[in-house]
Design a protein around this ligand. Structure first.
Ligand SMILES: C=C(O[C@@H]1C=C(C(=O)O)C=C[C@H]1O)C(=O)O
Length: 338
C-alpha cells in the first residue's frame, strides 16, 4: 500500500486546462472530433475516440498513478503498466462484421494481461460507431459486437466467467475504440443491481449472445481490504431486462439515476459483502450520453441536481446500445479516504 498512496485516479482535462502534474500518466484517452489510432505519444499510451460533435465536447480522460509506467505496443493494442495497474487501448477498424475482429482484439488483451501479470480486470469501455445500424449480414452492430465478446470471454474464462463494469456506447466514427484497466494484486469485486437482470442473463430477444459486463466493480488497492473505488457501468432506463419509459427522456433519466443509486447503496454493497454505502453525490468522472442533442438541457438539470457540485460531468451526443434508450450515465465513486 505504501507504494500506492493514491492509487489509480482518473481525471477529465479540458483543452484549456493545465495537464495534470506531480503524478505519472498511465494512459490518455482523448475524446475528439476524429479518431486517433492507439500509440505511445510523448511517452504516454494514448488513443483518440471520435465522440465530440463540436469543440464544446472536447475533453481528455487521463489515468494517473504513483509509479513511472512502462509503455509499448502489443499486436494492435497500446499499453502501459506501473507494477500495479495496466491500461490498454485499441481500435478495431470498420468492417462488414465485428464478431471475429472483436474476438481477436479481446484475445490479444487477455494475452497481454496474462503475459504481464495483471489478471484483475477493473473496467472496460467500448465506443462503437453505428452501434444501432445493421452489419453486412443484417445483424445490429451492437449484437454483432456482443457475439464476438461473449465468444472471447467464454473461451478464456468459461461461460460463468465474470466480467467487470463496462460501457458499450455509440461513437461518431473509427470502428470500435476500446480501452480497459486491470490490476495486478488489488481486490476486484463485481456488483449487480437487484433492480436489473444481470446483463449476461438477458434473454435471447436482445441478441444471440448477451452483453458480458457487471453493473459496477469495486477496486480495493493492495493492502486495503475495505470498500474501494466503485466504477459504475454505463447505466440506462432498464428495469428487469426491459427498457422503460420509451420516448420520455426525463423519466428515463430518473430511472437511470435510481439504478445508479441502487447499485451504490449500503444495502446493495452489504449484499456483496462490502461494509460501506455510497450515494450519487459521491460520483466523480461522470459521463452522460444522450441520443438527441435537444434533450441536453433536461438531462443536464437532472444531473446537476443528482450529482455533487464538484463532480466532473461531460455530455456526449451519441447512439446508445438499444434504439429505445435516450440517455445513459456512468461514473466512479472513489474510496472515501482518497
Ligand atoms: C445500458 C446497458 O448496456 C450498455 C452496454 C454495455 C456493454 O455492452 O458493455 C455496458 C453498459 C452499457 O453501456 C444495459 O444493458 O443496461
Amino acid at each position: 500500500m505504501a507504494t500506492y498512496p493514491n492509487g489509480l485516479r482518473g481525471r477529465l482535462v479540458r483543452p484549456h486546462e493545465e495537464p495534470p502534474s506531480g503524478r505519472h500518466l498511465l494512459g490518455r484517452v482523448a475524446f475528439l472530433d476524429h479518431h486517433r489510432p492507439p500509440a505511445v505519444r510523448d511517452g504516454v499510451a494514448d488513443m483518440g475516440v471520435h465522440l465530440a460533435r463540436d469543440e464544446s465536447a472536447l475533453v481528455t480522460e487521463v489515468w494517473e498513478t504513483d509509479a513511472p509506467p512502462t509503455s509499448g505496443m502489443y499486436r494492435d493494442l497500446v499499453y502501459a503498466h506501473d507494477g500495479e495497474y495496466l491500461f490498454c487501448a485499441g481500435q478495431i477498424p470498420e468492417g462488414g462484421s465485428y464478431r471475429e475482429p472483436v474476438r481477436e482484439a479481446y484475445d490479444a488483451a487477455f494475452d497481454l494481461i496474462s503475459e504481464l501479470g495483471y489478471p484483475h480486470v477493473i473496467r472496460i469501455w467500448h465506443f462503437i460507431n453505428d452501434i444501432n445500424r445493421a452489419n453486412a449480414d443484417g445483424m445490429e452492430i451492437y449484437r454483432d459486437f456482443c457475439l464476438g465478446r461473449a465468444e472471447a470471454v467464454d473461451r478464456r474464462l468459461g461461460p460463468a466467467g465474470e466480467m467487470p463494469a463496462a460501457t458499450g456506447i455509440g461513437s461518431l466514427g473509427g470502428g470500435i475504440s476500446w480501452y480497459l484497466l486491470t490490476s495486478r494484486s488489488g481486490r476486484v469485486r463485481h456488483l449487480e443491481n437487484p433492480l436489473q437482470v444481470p446483463a449476461p442473463s438477458y434473454p435471447h430477444r436482445y441478441g444471440p449472445r448477451p452483453p458480458k459486463f457487471a453493473r459496477a466493480t469495486s477496486l480495493s488497492p493492495p493492502g486495503l481490504d475495505g470498500a474501494g473505488d466503485i466504477f459504475v457501468a454505463g447505466t440506462a432506463s432498464i428495469l428487469g431486462h426491459e427498457t422503460v419509459h420509451e420516448g420520455d427522456v426525463a423519466k428515463q433519466c430518473d430511472v437511470t439515476l435510481a439504478n445508479m443509486a441502487k447499485v451504490l447503496s449500503r444495502e446493495n454493497l452489504l449484499a456483496h459483502g462490502i461494509d460501506d454505502g455510497r450515494t450519487l453525490k459521491d460520483l466523480r468522472l461522470v459521463k452522460v450520453y444522450l441520443r438527441h442533442e435537444e434533450d441536453l438541457e433536461a438531462v443536464r438539470s437532472a444531473c446537476a441536481e443528482a450529482f455533487s457540485d464538484t463532480a466532473e460531468i461531460v455530455y456526449f451526443t451519441v447512439d446508445i446500445c438499444r434504439s429505445d434508450l435516450l440517455v445513459e450515465i456512468e461514473g466512479i465513486a472513489p474510496r472515501p479516504t482518497a
